[in-house]
Design a protein around this ligand. Structure first.
Ligand code: ADP
Length: 230
């Protein structure tokens, strides 16, 4: 398969074991999943089923015990850590349930951070971050620090930070989990729009059934295995 025709992400026979209090827990027991460019995929399942574990492995924040994760056909766990760090930085955007913003930095600085790490010029990074924050309705919050923002605003800063490197894939772990229904609804619209307009491939772990229904596909995790819901 060439790079062009390969799925953007594929998981093959993925297992992940953890050692917890001296016992081995097999959380993922042989998952297979193919994600095509432009898909929007909801991952559902009970708490503890392994959804975050899968998402973290897809984004190379964690490693499989066995099995492969292919990005456009290339096995990301065959790469060295430096190459994988570049993959995380350039190809993947992460949005978590809690925003993980740095409290001592402003919205603008938080959103710029991944670009500065990649040595984009501060001027260019600043312009890009300001554009993204403005598009997310935060144009008048650029110099606010996270503690001065509402939960929904903080999550929008986190989305700007996830988008600063123009990732092809956005991975979101319960992105509306800490928000009230109305604010969560707005974040949901933003994520769906990114998929619709920018064609960003979206993988969202969510308990929110309404959100899952609006995505092109849903999969569930149960007993360490994945099943197609829709
Ligand atoms: P979900 O996202 O579906 O709620 P998780 O992927 O967070 O589930 O966790 C699945 C299981 O794996 C849980 O039992 C959790 O305690 C365990 N687990 C996750 N990460 C670790 C870790 N780093 N060390 C030990 N156990 C872990």
């Amino acid at each position: 398969m060439t790079q062009e025709t390969a799925p953007i992400l594929a998981v093959e026979d993925l297992t992940r074991k953890f050692v917890k209090n001296g016992t081995v827990v097999e959380v993922l027991k042989g998952l297979n999943l193919t994600i095509r460019r432009g898909d929007s995929l909801a991952v559902v399942g009970l708490s503890g089923a392994g959804k975050s574990t899968l998402l973290n492995i897809l984004g190379a924040l964690d490693q499989p015990t066995t099995g492969r994760v292919l990005f456009k056909g290339a096995d990301i766990f065959q790469w060295n850590e430096r190459r994988r760090a570049i993959f995380r930085n350039r190809n993947i955007g992460f949005v978590f349930q809690s925003h993980h913003l740095l409290p001592e930095f402003t919205s603008l600085e938080n959103a710029m951070m991944p670009a500065l790490i990649q040595r984009m010029s501060p001027r260019r990074a600043g312009e890009k971050a300001a554009d993204l924050l403005t598009a997310l309705d935060l144009g008048d919050r650029l110099t606010h620090k996270p503690g001065e923002l509402s939960g929904g605003e903080q999550q929008r800063v986190a989305i700007a930070r996830a988008l600063i490197m123009d990732p092809e894939i956005l991975l979101a772990d319960e992105p509306t989990g800490n928000l009230d229904t109305e604010t969560g609804g707005k974040i949901q619209e933003i994520l769906l729009e990114l998929n619709g307009n920018r064609k960003i491939t979206l993988v969202i772990v969510t308990h929110n059934e309404k959100l899952a229904e609006r995505m092109t596909r849903s999969v569930g995790i149960k007993d360490g295995l994945l099943y197609e819901l829709r």
